[in-house]
Design a protein around this ligand. Structure first.
Ligand code: DGJ
Length: 730
């Protein structure tokens, strides 16, 4: 089959190029990856002439194709992009393009393709937009049409709608994530083999084991090298992610990457006129390794109108300092000490409301506890304001303890089957916030508290999975995760509309809900409850593939971690928290004078460097030795960079050898200083290297080419130590 070149559409931005063939019956992607440049007539003709695969032995008699909505009709034998049925019939969709439009703009432009299924009464709209940062945002909408027959009375059960894109055969490894509470973003890297690598998220939220970002790359791809393709499902409910390869490939391409929402049985039943809007799925590519992928996401996030633009305030959160012990004098003391250190926002965590003296009761009763707080939160909030700090408050709106006034008054608001409640988790159950009265109750209570106390920031928690999440109904219980997710979005959107200055953190037990759907409506994430710097370095490194440091909280905890009980040096903890939206999660009343001094110096440094950290490019060196890491943030114009040189454990190697500082401009000249005011990093050596001693003593001038290309020898630190290098162009 040949196609005339003018049926080819090319979207290009920031070195990424996606080429579509609109001559194919259901349109298809001819190329997704490096920029082919503006294709002239010869280029278009060449692409057209090379778009068909061979006809293989013992196979369909026409070349197999892979369309924008791949189906069996076009011989795609892998996971279909569209699946559903009409009372068990019409299960073999044959979508055909009926219309399309192309928009060009300041970014890479967009393409809308409208398809009509000739089997089921469906119209599908596929919308692709290539952003200026090179992210391909995809949206699919499925609309049920009326046929004017008896079938109109039968709902069409939509079972799956996925955004799937083909990529070339030179990808041979995939990387995604798993994890558990306290150790989120655990990378899983494996060879790309034939078959479907499917990740199904059924927790009603992405979860601590969220796939997070699915990457397929050339062999050995690293932070700074290799070609990498990546997909992300921007949705806070159940999700389906796949990387798939069939022996026969996908058209002339080889592997398929993508995903969408995981729908429950009967969760979406379309009647004529009704539509299903699939969540946004984002795809991107880079030939600069995983840092290149991260750079595209960070650039796109920072270009949003509501991206946090004010300096990210230094936070003190009360959780690990006080837990449920809401003693006013103790908390006032904490606030006073926080102010002396330079904290700019104090957040009161769990325990301020209803009968919530521990985790067993009161959840859902969003009224200040008269017992714990006889004068309301005012004495505490007033003190915080007097210090010129902002005030934040913890909520867990979607959850409820059975031992609460709310559960007693409205048992019908619980999200649970008619057969009865399943097991509790953390003593709690889930509230059906799609229930209009439950939703209104939450909106009114939260909004009233925000207004009464002038709350600047909400820590929005969500500690348990949604299991058996069905809406009880006289005709039978119905799957409810989608409704719950949409109700959550509506709730946050309404609160933000009513209180435009309010900032929100997506916490979810630390790291349980960190997708770009929730990021659209929140200002940062709490990526883990683990403040142990050894664990946290890894969590932050992998979190940074999607989210820039200003959206990722990191708090300095007590010397002995509350989650791992590892004791870590102050300097290591401080360096770790600096590369984020920094804060403190430590009982300051127990700090030594030396520790308080270190915290003050760190707070001063944070204020000095936060513009750089929150606006620069995140970079990571590819090092052979897993016992060490070098990562940093480089200003967009490469005029300044801050690096952390980290050692987790001892190594066989005595020396680091020359280590490249990624992102430095080779043509520049730089002054390098060790910022030891927050920790000198104890060393496993007697002295040197010489240049480092000079950098430690006040600064040393080095050429950009040496720093970035030749690399510099770094000191051998003792295990669980980190030092900070400040590199400024002269
Ligand atoms: C889980 C969060 O991750 C913690 O930071 C803390 O807010 C607790 N919940 C409070 O219950």
């Amino acid at each position: 089959m040949t196609t005339t070149p003018n049926q080819i559409v090319q979207l290009r931005a920031a070195g990424v190029c996606v080429v579509y063939d609109l001559g194919a019956p259901a349109a298809r992607v001819l190329h997704w990856g490096p920029d082919l440049g503006p294709l002239d007539q010869a280029g278009l003709t060449s692409l057209s002439r090379t778009q068909d695969a061979a006809v293989l032995n013992n196979a369909p008699d026409t070349p197999r194709t892979f369309s924008l909505l791949p189906t069996e009709y076009e011989t795609w034998a892998g996971t279909p992009a569209l699946a559903g049925h009409l009372a068990g019939t019409r299960t073999t969709p044959r979508p055909r393009m009926t219309d399309h439009s192309v928009e060009t703009g300041a970014d890479g432009g967009s393409l809308t393709v409208v398809l009509r299924d000739s089997v089921a009464p469906l119209e599908i709209e596929v919308f692709h937009r290539l952003t200026a940062a090179g992210l391909l945002e995809t949206y699919l909408t499925v609309r049920r049409l009326a046929e004017g027959t008896a079938a109109d009375a039968i709902p069409y059960d939509l079972t799956s709608v996925l955004s799937l894109l083909p990529l070339p055969g030179r990808t041979n490894e995939i990387l995604d994530f798993s994890g558990k509470w306290g150790r989120e973003r655990e990378p899983q890297r494996r060879p790309l083999v034939d078959g479907t690598q499917s990740r199904q998220v059924r927790r009603g939220k992405p979860g601590h084991d969220s796939p997070y970002l699915m990457l397929a790359g050339t062999r050995g791809f690293g932070f700074r090298n290799g070609e990498v393709w990546a997909s992300h499902v921007a949705w806070s409910g159940n999700q389906h992610w796949i990387a798939e390869r069939l022996p026969e490939g996908a058209g002339v391409l080889r592997t398929v990457l993508g995903g969408g929402e995981l729908l429950g049985p009967g969760e979406v039943r379309l009647r004529p006129g009704e539509r299903y809007e699939a969540p946004r799925v984002i795809h991107t590519w880079s030939d600069a390794g995983m840092d290149g992928i991260a750079d595209r996401f960070h650039t796109a996030l920072r270009a949003r109108a509501r991206h946090p633009s004010s300096p990210r305030p230094l936070v003190l959160n009360t959780w690990e300092a006080a837990y449920f012990d809401h003693d006013l004098d103790r908390l006032l003391d904490l606030a006073d000490r926080a102010a002396q250190i330079g904290v700019e926002r104090v957040v009161l965590d769990d325990g301020w409301f209803g009968a919530r003296r521990d985790a067993t009761a009161g959840l859902g009763d969003w009224t200040v506890s008269a017992g714990a707080w006889p004068d309301g939160l005012h004495p505490f909030v007033d003190r915080i304001r007097r210090h010129g700090m902002q005030f934040g408050l913890w909520f867990e709106p979607e959850m409820v303890n059975l031992d609460s006034d709310l559960a007693r008054a409205h048992p019908d608001w619980l999200l649970a089957p008619s057969a009865g409640l399943g097991p509790s988790a953390r003593n709690q159950y889930v509230l059906n916030i799609a229930h209009p009265h439950a939703w209104s109750y939450l909106y009114e209570r939260i909004s009233a508290l925000v207004a009464e106390y002038g709350i600047d920031f909400i820590k929005w928690d969500h500690n348990r999975d949604l299991l058996e999440a069905v809406w009880r109904h006289p005709d039978g219980d119905r799957p409810a995760v989608r409704d719950q997710t949409l109700a959550l979005y509506r709730l946050i959107d309404a609160l933000r509309k009513e209180h435009p200055a309010l900032e929100i953190e997506s916490c979810s037990g630390g790291g349980g809900r960190m997708d770009l759907g929730i990021i659209e409506r929140t200002d940062r994430v709490w990526p883990s409850d683990c403040n142990d710097p050894v664990e946290r370095q890894a969590i932050q490194q992998w979190t940074s593939l999607l989210l820039p440091p200003e959206l990722v909280a990191s708090h300095v905890g007590a010397p002995e971690s509350h989650t791992t009980h590892r004791v870590a040096a102050t300097g290591f903890r401080l360096v770790t928290s600096l590369f984020a939206h920094a804060g403190i999660e430590w009982d300051l009343t127990r700090c030594t004078t030396e520790e308080l001094r270190a915290l003050r110096d760190w707070a001063t440094l944070y204020r000095e460097v936060r513009d750089l950290i929150h606006g620069g490019r995140s970079v990571h060196a590819d090092l052979d030795d897993p016992a060490v890491a070098l990562h940093g943030v480089v200003a967009p114009d490469s005029s300044r960079a801050l690096y952390a040189w980290v050692r987790y454990a001892t190594s066989g190697a005595g020396q680091s050898g020359r280590v490249q500082l990624p992102g430095i401009e080779p043509a520049g000249t730089y002054r390098v200083r060790v910022r030891h005011e927050i920790g000198a990093g104890s060393r496993h050596q007697s002295a040197g290297p010489g240049w480092f001693e000079a950098a430690y003593a006040g600064g040393v001038i080095l050429s950009g080419a040496v720093l970035a290309i030749a690399g510099v020898p770094l000191p051998t630190l003792n295990p669980e130590q980190a030092i900070l290098l400040d590199v400024q162009r002269t």
